[in-house]
Design a protein. Structure first.
Length: 164
């Protein structure tokens, strides 16, 4: 078979895989958004929050950027190790915990439990970065803004829990 055709097919498969990772990450974002919407109308406005709480549109924009970076990071690692690898399993775990936070905070309406769940999320992101590093340093570095944002979110979550 012609090398050019093989190369073109390979590029399409790789691009398709990136679209799948974007779909997975934004699928989790959509589920988290749905869970969040369950508490936005009555519960969240009733909470006392610190003055430095970002407005919702800022939080939403940041999450869109982070989910994009997360998908690219997973894709970079997947390209080198495939799906059945501990690094990818860690990535999937942190996605599940990410979704769990929205459920704990907005559906269960329990900032205390959400804070502890977020601590587990933070740890899972750190472990994912650790496992991504030897496979794709760029992939690992793309998760740094995510862990920084989750650190901030953890402080905000704790402060809201403490104020209420």
């Amino acid at each position: 078979m012609d090398q050019t055709i093989l190369f073109a097919e390979s590029k399409w498969k790789t691009f398709g895989a990136l679209l799948i990772w974007l779909g997975i990450c934004f699928g989790v974002a959509a589920l988290g958004g749905y869970a969040t919407s369950q508490g936005l109308s009555l519960y969240y406005p009733s909470l006392r929050k610190p003055s430095w709480t970002p407005p919702g549109y800022v939080i939403g924009t940041i999450w869109q950027v982070l989910y994009t970076l997360m998908a690219i990071a997973a894709w970079l690692v997947w390209r080198k190790v495939g799906v059945f690898h501990l690094a990818i399993a860690c990535f999937i775990l942190q996605l599940v915990l990410n979704l769990g936070w929205s459920y704990a905070f907005f559906v269960m309406q329990c900032p205390e439990f959400a804070y502890y769940e977020l601590c587990a999320l933070w740890l899972s992101i750190a472990i994912t970065i650790y496992f991504f590093w030897p496979i794709s340093r760029i992939g690992a570095l793309l998760l740094v803004p995510y862990i920084l944002w989750v650190t901030f979110a953890g402080y905000l979550n704790y402060t809201i829990w403490d104020m209420n």
